[in-house]
Design a protein around this ligand. Structure first.
Ligand code: BTN
Length: 339
């Protein structure tokens, strides 16, 4: 049986972070060993040892006598110090806890709050053993080339203020990911899926805890099929799922993507709590909607509703246009395209 304590967090030391920051800030330039030594207050042989450790973690670091060190390649797997570096570069103040394997990043975020971890913070993983999807479904989380992220906030505000948070997070994340895949249009399928060419590559799940009439904590989780090859997915997913790698034709830089997604979640959260979006929800949604103008069927509870998807209203409900000119709002449920 697996218990919570079997999941080991992987951390980077402050020294490692300082070295990485110096190398990344220098970009293509060399950083001298004596500069690194001074920054850390350690000897050059000690710097050499720390660089060796980074090499073991997948960093390729060129060393040239009398010039110093230059980072030539980042690891292709998640690395907590790299996510931290890219988040700090984007002025996003959010601690990131990295677990190579975890049951569910949403569950770990909930556990961390019971250990009094200061929010907001993120949990990142390369593999989930009990990934959760919407409506009690399982989320396929086996591949280390994918991205599993959760962010926990403690808003302590009335829940209405964050009722559109997941929709806004979808909008911000879709725009953020689009910058990595210039060749293909990324879209949102109402309410919580990210799609490209009719196939899903990411899903979002928000879970909240209430205290009388205040929102105590909110965990936003997202699973992104990133650099995995869809032909390796379970058979039942192969026809409906894709990955950003398959969409883009090239692998994406996993740590930069993770930081960009976390930044987008943070921006969506602050836009909602400070009520400072410059556009309305329907305006922001429409150009990204994968369903717009298409005939769909919505399953709301045990009721089946049909119509032409014609955007969302200010409450976030999907609008189904009817032949008589009226529209039916769908507040929750699953939507499928009509064949
Ligand atoms: C869905 O489309 O059904 C939502 C999927 C949400 C999956 C993510 S992966 C990270 C986080 N941890 C979980 O257990 N679920 C979410």
């Amino acid at each position: 049986m697996t218990t919570d304590t079997d999941y080991k967090q992987s951390t980077s030391s402050e020294d490692e972070f300082t070295i990485l920051k110096a190398l990344l800030d220098a970009s293509d330039e060399f950083v001298s060993g004596s500069v690194l030594g001074e920054q850390l207050g350690i000897s050059r042989p000690a710097i050499h040892g720390k660089l060796e450790k980074l090499r073991e973690q997948g960093f390729e670091i060129e060393a040239i006598r009398n010039k110093g060190y230059r980072l030539t390649q980042e690891p292709e797997v998640l690395h907590p110090a790299l996510i931290r570096y890219y988040l700090e570069a984007a002025s996003t103040d959010m601690a990131v806890l990295y677990f190579p394997v975890i049951d569910s990043t949403n569950s770990e975020a909930e556990r961390q709050i019971t250990y009094e971890r200061k929010s907001p913070f993120a949990v990142a993983s390369s593999c989930q053993t009990k990934g959760r999807g919407r409506l009690g479904r399982e989320w396929y989380s086996a591949s280390a080339d994918n991205l599993y992220l959760s962010v926990l906030f403690e808003p302590n505000i009335p829940p209405q203020q964050l009722q559109h948070f997941t929709l806004w997070a979808g909008i911000f994340i879709c725009r953020a990911l689009q910058s990595f895949t210039p060749k293909a249009a990324l879209q949102i399928k109402w309410p919580n899926d990210l799609h490209c060419d009719g196939r899903k590559f990411a899903g979002m799940l928000t879970e909240a805890k209430m205290d009388s009439d205040s929102l105590r904590s909110i965990v936003f989780g997202i699973g992104i099929n990133l650099n995995s090859n869809p032909s390796n997915y379970p058979k039942e997913l192969r026809k409906i799922a894709t990955s950003l790698y398959a969409i883009n034709g090239d692998e994406l830089p996993i740590n930069k993507v993770a930081a960009r997604v976390l930044q987008a979640v943070n921006q969506a959260y602050h836009a909602c709590i400070h009520n400072k979006t410059t556009e309305t929800l329907p305006e922001a949604w429409e150009p990204l909607s994968s369903l717009h103008g298409k005939p769909v069927t919505a399953l709301q509870g045990d009721k089946e509703l049909s119509g032409i998807a014609s955007g969302i209203d200010a409450s976030g409900a999907l609008l189904l246009a009817q032949p008589d000119g009226s529209t039916i709002p769908v507040c929750a449920g699953d939507v499928t395209l009509k064949k």
